[in-house]
Design a binder for this molecule. Structure first.
Ligand code: 3EB
Length: 348
């Protein structure tokens, strides 16, 4: 336990005492029917709301979909604003911004999505982003001389600056993946209290990447720790790839890229544990594994399952999606979230 670190956390604003707790469930649904009582979440598989990233595993029936569902016990209200649809109970808010990038291009679509999203947050008590999930078709394709991911980064950073939100230290945890079609989709989860941003000591912070990766840096932190009520905290680990410092490593070697990504995930978990004074078990987290080439699934899965324990809840519940990673040379990216009980904090 690091006493300094726990002072840090203790000085964070705390949730109002009447807060309904936030919870998570990964659910398999026939026909993509929305479960009652969920704020919402990211859909994959056979649903009109699904992202264009085919599910490589688990094997789904033709009409099945998977939903990463965020729930609360509070009374829910659904709303729409601009390109954003969202559901909130006043304590937690989940939404999705959907913007077609075919007319005005990626930069404009990204600014529109984030502009509407920030307008929603500003109009509710849930002003603090806990986690963002970005999905953009053909992320590595060139459009007018600039890679679409770089245009996305420029639009995203500008949208943060436009509303005077930090685009650097304290940025939200996020991921950005390339889908095989469909509009830009930005899923977001927000709450009333700011999370604590966590960085990875093995990596340069993404918002400090040199401009060789694009004129505007990506806007995200490596992870975020958020109080979710009832004495629990969530650790949201951003999309994590085979990057050391700011460089992609193990080019062309999917096995070693997967191992390096897992080493980075462990470093982020360790950094979070140093802040909370409590370890978080890799075997208990909920993972999404993005694989660029479907043929790489067996190798990625073998390395991942060995790392988290082949019989663990993590291995059993992980989902593998066919998606492009935001740098053309990266073959795999892994994201995860999990929960920490304050109760087992001992003396603190
Ligand atoms: C990386 O570490 C790999 O642009 O929101 C990971 C997580 C990555 C989030 C983003 C990008 C993003 O740079 C890519």
């Amino acid at each position: 336990m690091n006493p300094l670190a726990s002072t840090d956390l203790a000085s964070q604003a705390s949730l109002p005492p009447d807060t309904a707790p936030l919870s998570f469930r990964r659910v398999r649904l026939a026909g993509g029917a929305s479960p009652a009582a969920a704020l919402g979440g990211r859909w994959v598989g056979r649903s009109p709301e699904a992202i264009g990233a085919p599910v490589l595993a688990p094997t789904l029936a033709p009409q099945e979909a998977l939903l990463d569902a965020w729930s609360t016990t509070g009374a829910l209200q659904a709303h729409q604003h601009g390109c954003v649809q969202y559901v909130t109970d006043g304590h937690w808010l989940h939404g999705v911004a959907v913007a077609d990038d075919r007319d005005g291009g990626v930069h404009a679509a990204t600014q529109r999505a984030y502009g509407d999203l920030f307008a929603v947050l500003a109009a509710t008590p849930c002003t603090h982003l806990l986690r963002l999930w970005n999905y953009l078709a053909d992320i590595n394709a060139d459009a007018g001389g600039t890679e679409r991911y770089k245009q996305f980064n420029a639009g995203r950073q500008q949208a943060f600056l436009d509303v005077h939100r930090s685009a650097f230290e304290g940025s939200p945890a996020a991921c950005a993946l390339g889908t095989h079609g469909g509009p830009l989709r930005v899923y977001f989860l927000a709450g009333r209290v700011p999370p604590v941003a966590i960085e990875n000591p093995r990596q340069v912070s993404a918002y400090r990447y040199p401009d060789t990766y694009g004129p505007r840096a990506p806007t995200f932190s490596r992870a975020a720790l958020a109080d979710v009520g009832l004495g629990r905290r969530a650790l949201f680990i951003s999309g994590t790839a085979s990057i050391v410092g700011h460089q992609s490593v193990h080019l062309g070697d999917v096995r070693r890229q997967t191992e390096e990504s897992l080493t980075n995930l462990a470093a982020v978990r360790d950094a979070a544990a140093a802040r909370t004074g409590q370890p978080i078990a890799a075997s208990e987290m909920a993972y999404t594994v993005y694989v660029r080439h479907a043929a790489d699934l067996p190798v990625v899965r073998e390395v991942f399952e060995r790392a988290v324990g082949p019989a663990s809840p993590a291995a059993r519940e992980a989902i593998y999606l066919h998606a492009d990673i935001c740098r053309a040379e990266l073959l795999v990216e892994i994201e995860a979230h999990g929960f920490i009980e304050h109760g087992s904090r001992g003396a603190a």
